[in-house]
Design a protein around this ligand. Structure first.
Ligand SMILES: [Zn+2]
Length: 140
């Protein structure tokens, strides 16, 4: 995918969320930890909300109302929008260094935010390399 195509994808919110769901960044369905109901992801809110009617003992049925952000425990769990993070990651991966000044200007990020997110991206890249590197017998 070319950078220009990726940027179009990121900026079309619905398609980008679908893309991230296809890549299993976000779960499509979550089992409610309170009532075991399968909750489908609300892609506009990026949220799981259980609306199953449950009864506790002999009481009248009430909504389970368990709520969880789809961003929880993902790379996207922060104050930045999914789109901002998507653009940052795209530029980080596609553009050669030095790119910090460009990232600050293009995304209106502080130097601290660019530094932090560059470090996050590097950590993910290193982790990916460690998981996808095959040891070759006899090589050094
Ligand atoms: Zn529930």
């Amino acid at each position: 995918m070319k950078l220009s195509e990726y940027i179009v994808l990121v900026k079309s919110d619905g398609d980008f969320i679908n893309y991230l769901t296809e890549k299993a960044v976000f779960l499509e369905v979550l089992e409610c930890p309170k009532c075991r109901n399968n909750i489908k992801l609300n892609k506009e809110r990026l949220q799981f909300r259980c609306i199953k009617l449950v009864s506790i003992g002999k009481k009248k049925k009430t909504r389970c109302n368990y709520i969880l952000s789809a961003r929880k425990k993902t790379f996207f769990e922060c104050k930045l929008s999914v789109q901002q993070i998507g653009l940052f990651v795209g530029y980080f991966l596609y553009m050669p260094q030095p790119r910090s000044t460009f990232l600050m200007e293009e995304l209106d990020f502080s130097s601290k935010t660019v530094e932090d997110w560059s470090n996050f991206c590097r950590e993910v890249c290193i982790e990916w390399c460690l998981q996808n590197t095959q040891k070759t017998r006899g090589s050094r």
